[in-house]
Design a protein around this ligand. Structure first.
Ligand code: SF4
Length: 307
């Protein structure tokens, strides 16, 4: 069921996920389209998430934006509900941070990532090049996760509640919690058309799923649901984004993930298991959550005969 409407306020609105937002020329959504988008959100009872560009919007936009309950995803901290950063740098904030970086930056700067975690209530690390991971990268990622886990453990022992998506999300979940593009969320672009998510818009503007005039028209919409994802529905890497856009890019099927996406998510899942085990040596942490089970695979596709 649809729950969220993401509205890109400008052609240059920041990316907050795996995709790049390649447009450089500023072009705001028209005020009329914005108003119609808000009306659509109200009629469908959707929570609106505005995605901002890196410049101050005119006052008349601010007034329309504030006319409905919403959250703001912004590349600057002022007035944001989620702050998006595209490089590792010192941060001291009371709002959740999304950090978009490539694997090499993460591998080389884990200490700085820990410092960012200490400076924000939540740090969501989004790897922008998951599809390029090699076996060597998997090994490096496993080591980085172990090192980050040791730091998160120390923070727990100090009485803090760090939130690092790569490690702590899986410990808190009891079912799949994926992105939901095309299923629980859709995106309205500045051109007045709907898309599965912002990545689909930036890839190909013709790839829309309806518009404000005619309404939504999602072809084969069941394919965006977990129950129609033949591999994911057997998986317990519940923190995985299960990125529909990456799926289509790498396997040409929106409901079939690449090996790389699965292994990365399982390395995180297994590191979360270790972290859960380690923090419980110090006391009763998260007693309401079941122990994450040991498994002997990194890609559910490899054990498909057991399903
Ligand atoms: S790890 Fe792979 S199978 Fe599991 S949810 Fe993620 S994409 Fe789907």
């Amino acid at each position: 069921m649809l729950q969220y409407l993401i509205i890109l306020l400008d052609e240059t609105s920041t990316s907050f996920c795996h995709y790049e937002a390649p447009k450089k020329e500023r072009k705001l959504i028209s005020l009329d389209t914005l108003r119609q988008g808000i009306r659509f959100g109200m009629m469908e009872n959707l929570m609106i998430q505005y995605v901002y560009p890196d410049y101050e919007l005119p006052d008349e936009y601010k007034e329309v934006i504030e006319s409905i309950d919403h959250s703001k995803i912004k590349p600057m901290a002022e007035d944001a509900d989620v702050l998006v950063m595209n490089k590792i740098e010192a941060v001291q904030t009371d709002i959740p941070v999304v950090l978009r970086i490539g694997k090499q930056e993460l591998f080389a700067h884990q200490k700085e990532v820990v410092a960012m975690l200490k400076g924000a209530p939540r740090l969501n690390v989004v790897l922008t090049d998951v599809e390029t991971f090699t076996d060597e990268d998997f090994d490096a990622y496993k080591k980085v996760l172990a090192a980050l886990s040791a730091e998160v453990e120390k923070l727990y022992v100090e009485g803090k509640s760090p939130q690092l998506n790569l490690l702590t999300d899986r410990m808190m979940l009891s079912q799949m919690n994926n992105c939901g593009a095309g299923d629980t969320s859709i995106t309205l672009a500045p051109n007045g058309k709907f898309y599965v998510c912002p990545a689909f818009y930036y890839d190909d503007e013709a790839d829309s799923i309806g518009d404000l005039e005619q309404g939504l028209d999602i072809k084969n919409k069941q394919l965006y649901k977990l129950s129609y994802a033949p591999i994911c529905r057997h998986c317990d890497a519940w923190q995985c984004k299960r990125c529909i856009w990456l799926n289509r890019k790498t396997t040409l099927e929106v409901n079939t993930p690449s090996h790389e996406q699965c292994v990365v998510a399982h390395l995180e899942r297994n590191a979360s298991r270790e972290l859960q085990h380690n923090i419980r040596k110090h006391g009763t942490f998260l007693p309401e959550h079941e122990e994450i089970k040991e498994i002997d695979y990194l890609d559910p596709f490899d054990v498909r005969e057991d399903w």
